[in-house]
Each structure stands twice: as C-alpha cells, then as structure tokens.
Write a protein that binds this ligand. Sequence first.
Ligand code: ADP
Ligand code: MG
Length: 725
Amino acid sequence: MTKLRFKAVALASERKPIEVVKPKGKVSEYYGEKVFNRKAMTKYLSKETFAALNDAIEQGKSVERNLAEHVAAGMRMWALENGATHYTHWFHPLTDGTAEKHDAFVEHDGQGGMIEEFEGKLLAQQEPDASSFPSGGLRNTFEARGYSAWDPSSPAFIVGDTLCIPTVFISYTGEALDYKTPLLKALTAVDKAATEVMHYFNEDVKKVQTNLGWEQEYFLVDEDLFMARPDLALTGRTLMSHESAKNQQLEDHYFGSIPLRVLKFMEELEYESYSLGIPVKTRHNEVAPQQFELAPIYEECNLAIDHNLLIMSVMDRVARKHSFRVLFHEKPFKGINGSGKHNNWSLSTDTGINLFSPGRNKEANLRFITFVVNALAAVHKNNALLKASISSATNAHRLGANEAPPAIISVFLGAEVSDILDKFERSSVKDAIVVDSKKQVSLGVGQIPELLLDNTDRNRTSPFAFTGNRFEFRAVGSSANCAAAMIALNASMAEQLRTFKKEVDALIEKGKSKDEALYEILKKYIEASRPIRFNGNGYSDEWKIEAEQRGLDCETSVPLIYDAYTSAQSIKTFEYVLSEVELHARNEVKWEIYTKKIQIESRVLSDLALNHIIPVAISYQSVLLTNVSKLKEISEHYKTLGAEQMRLIEKISTNVNAINAKVHEMIDARKIANNIECERTKAIAYHDNVAPYLEDIRYYVDKLELIVDNEMWPLAKYRELLFIR
Ligand code: ADP
Ligand code: MG
C-alpha cells in the first residue's frame, strides 16, 4: 500500500492535460446531434407519424401500436445512420443511477443471414429480467417480471454504439418500480391542479409545466490517488484521514481559475453534453479544493432529470478518460464542504407565464401571491416528507453535520416577499392599489418590480429558498436522483392546489366574489404556514430549538425520517401519484439501501483498520522500540534520551488498542443487526448501533496518522488527494 501511495503521488504529479477531440464548429452546429429530437423526427418520420407522435407527447396520450411501428422504423434508420448497433430501454431503478440492457438490432433474415430489425413492440415495451432490481417485495420470485415502457416525452439518444430509449419501469401488476413512473404522475397532477387554479386569473391556460434547473456539485480526484484509497473506491467517501493543514480556509478555490487538466475534462464533458442535447451553461470551482459545479439551462422537469442522470454517467466516463475519478458522494472528505444538487423549481403556463414571477398589475400579483403562498403551504404541510425525499445514508453527512444546513426544512423568502405577504395579510380587496414607482410596495398586491426580486438577498443556509422567480430546493444531495425530491415536491404542490381550489370555490358558492374568496383563503394560509418561514441563520443552534417549538420535523435519524412517507398526510399528498402499497414497498427499499451502505462502510473500515492501519502502526512502534533498546546499549541515560520515543510508543499502543477494541465491538453490533428480519428495525439498528463506530474508530486512526512516519503511512493523505492535480 505504501508503495502504491507514493507511486500514485508521482504519477498524479506528472500527469499532463489531455487534448480534447471535438468538432471545430460552433456549439449550435453539433447541439443535439445524438438525439432523436424534433429536427431528426421531421427527417425520419412521415408528416402524419410526426404529427401523431407530437400530439401524444403534448397531450400525454398513449402511443398506439401502429404509431409505435412507424416511429420505431424511423428511429432505427436514424440510429443506424448514426453508428448505433444496439438499443436499450433506459430506466431509473430505485437505486441511484440508471439501468440498461443492450440488445443488438440484428435478427435472422430467414436465409441464413442477418438484417437490422427494430419493431414497434420492442420500442414500446420490454421485459428486462427485473428480479435483481429492488422492488420492496412488490414482486415475489415466482412473478419476477417487470416491464419497461417507452416514455415518448423524453427523446431517445445515442451513447457510444447504443440507442437509449427512456422508459418507465413497472411491475407485472402495474406498481411503479422506478422513479420515472411516479414522477410523470406527479407532474400531471400539478399540471391539472395548477391549470385549474390558474383559471381564476386566465381562462386561456391549458397546461402548466414544471421546470427544473439542477446544479450538480462534484469532486475530481486523480485516478491513481483514488485507487490508493480503498475506502474512496468502495464507498465513495474517505472513512479516515486527518484534515489537511490547508483546506478551504483561504477561500481561494471558489470562482478561482480552473486548473488546466480539469478544464480539459470540462471541455470534453461540455462537448458530449451538447451533442446529447443537454444545455449546460455554467461551470465553476466550488468552495472546497477540487470541488466543482456544473449547471445547465433549466428544462421541463422530466427531461431535466433524464439529462441529469445521463450527464452523471457521461461525467464518470469522461473523468476516467482524463485520469480522474468523479465523486458524487455528498461528503467525500471530512472538514471541507460537501456536495449538493440544488433543484431550481418553477411552474409555467403554455401562455408563457412563470407562476412564481410577479407581474405588472394587480391581477398578475394576486396570481403571484396565490402560487407563492400555496408553495409555502405545501412545503409547510409536507416538511417531514420533503426531508424524507432528500434523505439518504450519504446525504446525512451533509445535512445535520456541523457545517451544513440542519435536517430541518424551512423556507427563505427574502425580505421583499416576506414584506409583501405581511402587507397582503393586512390588506383587503377594497384597498386601493398604491404603487410607488420607486420599487416600493405600498400595499399587498401592488407592483412588485421584477428587478428587485431577481437575485434577492441570498441566504445560503436555507434548504428551500425563493430566488426571484423560482424556489431553490437546496437540500437535495449530489448523488441523488432529483426525481425523489421532485416527486414529493410536485405531489405536495398538486395536493395543496386541489385543497385551495376546493376552499375558494366553496366560498364563491356561498356568494363571495372571486377576489374576496381568494383573499380570505390566502390570508388563512399565510397565517397557517408562518412556522415554515425562516430568514435567519439556518446553521445556528438556536434555530434547532426554535424549529422544534414551531412544530417542524426535527428528526435526524434517516431510517425514522423515512416514516414520513407513509404518514396520513403523505398518503393524501400522493393521491394520483403513489398508492399506499407502493409507498410502503418503496420504504422497504430505502431502509435496505440505507443498511447496505452503512454495512459496506463498516466492513471497509474494519478491513482497513485491522489490515492496513494497525500493522503499520505496530511496525513504526517496533522501529521506536529498537531505537530505545539501542540507546540503552550505549547510554545509561536512555530514559531521558528516549523520552519522546517512549511517549510515542505508549500513544501508539493506546490508539491501536482502542481501534482494535472498537472494531470488534462494531463487528458484534453488525452481527446483531444482521439477524434482524424487519428492514426498518434493521436500518434503525445500523443507524443507532453501527454507524456511531465509524466516527469513533476514525478518531483514533486519524490520531495515528499524525504520529506514524509519513514514509510508512499506507493511504493517500488529504493534502495529496485534494491538492495534486
Ligand atoms: P446560482 O448558483 O446562483 O443559484 P446558477 O446560475 O448556477 O445559479 O443556477 C441556477 C439554475 O436555475 C440554472 O439551471 C438556471 O437555468 C435555473 N433557473 C433559472 N430560472 C429558472 C426558473 N424560472 N425555473 C427553474 N429554473 C430556473
Ligand atoms: Mg443555486
């Protein structure tokens, strides 16, 4: 190992940037060239087929067999011309990442030869052997079938030699086994509910679309150094290592110039993204050393999520080509910032209105307040669920840890919008709208200058913040599938808007005017959702106490946080999205994944501690002991001469003994937990009785790292992992 470490350091230090091969032209010339988009469709599909497919996509109608045949024929021709030899149904199982099974286009031609075939039924539906994907018990072994079915709303694309067809993944009996199925349902639910509410303001609106702009944070580590860290390679994070003397204290990495090797990686990544039709826009260094961020221009939510998953796999591939490894783990390194994936979320109409953008007149501002207040109410009512949607074994290191937002969901509105809501609460329909042209909002629904709201004062500590014309759900983890958060958020918003509509309509029926009814209900919501609004410092200890008093969910144990998925409120929220049976089944999967992650970390740590760290510490101790006994041979003052050596010998023994004892205690705790049948109880046991040892053992290992001769230390140190590039 030691040899491996020094070889890795040498290789990493000498590594040169790799030149990127890409077309010379402008981005617009190769943008989307690997996507079966509208442009390709018009070329490869007949006018009728194209129109019918478009209809199906726009109106969310199912694609008939005949149409699928025609689309498949065109898609095949396009794919073959673009070098594809295989095709795959591409879906999002309940693990993070994507799944695919490749089949070649070839079929027997009946005369001993082969032809390239791709029938409509292969496009529309497939039956991957589903038994190895998590289902939470929805599929018993004798009925291991799961179906993947084409999602025409997200275009097919080519990666390497494979045509990838985005699909949903469902069980034989129709339950969702993936993220996309409930996501599409949640998006439809919010579309329907928001369109109906929108009719209070504008009868012409036929559709409300959900938009998502994600910001992907990640770390890059040289691949040889990565390989010299078995913990990083196996768990995605460092389970040990003392902090580097220099970290992010100087804040010299954020927005600093991007190192050349990294720049080359980004260049290639951007080229690949553009050819796959992913509109990447922003790239910059993040706060921590070797941490970066990538963000596209926002897109329709379903497409944006497919693009995020696709780009994560492209990043992994391109990073390897540049001799890097990309780390999506939320907390790969202790003591420096972790990575998130901010989800910028908004709703917009087919008439071009962003529902979270204030307008220029009373009507538009009442609409703005309506949707902002309903979003607040939705987040308030479902704050425990929203936290559950972003919780995982890995994100737990980022939330609730000292330098990250606490595991409490609150909403930051900023001074302006808070002020507007306060004034609205005190105003009435009869109040004249007094608009001060100098950005002053004199009354509830006066003019709210867009400029003022754009880039509002930013509160980086808030997990859910209003940022001018959208909400930014910041608690989402960098390794997560954004769909989990988007399913929960959109389902919450849909349910909230349905309730709102019912309440307003009831008042109108009783004879109130539309505006009176809207005012009355909105004021009630503003009052009721007050506890979720928090503009202060979310990292402070006082907030934790206050949040508890406000009745917000403050649970910090991930396995218990998942219980929120099956609360009475959540079952109501998920009407039209996930059934109670599905919610229970999906929680089983979550607990199982939680357990496995901690189990793997615990095993890797045991192995490293016992086989790498203790032997090296003892070797170094032997060197010291030899030194002391030699001193004794030459001088009777050996006790004074060898004082420091003796102190180190003792310290090493203390730490080695502690590590050894703790590792065995942890193994015992694991054994007990492993015997538990119930996934929930097992996950709780892992959380309560196994996970704490990880930190405990690390403490002693990190102490040894400071003592043991650097030449002998087997694992690449933080200063190497984070500063060699
Ligand atoms: P910051 O880091 O300052 O929050 P970025 O520019 O890195 O901002 O990312 C902002 C993200 O929000 C981008 O993906 C951007 O396209 C997206 N975005 C901007 N406006 C909207 C909107 N109305 N709805 C959804 N996403 C949006
Ligand atoms: Mg942001």
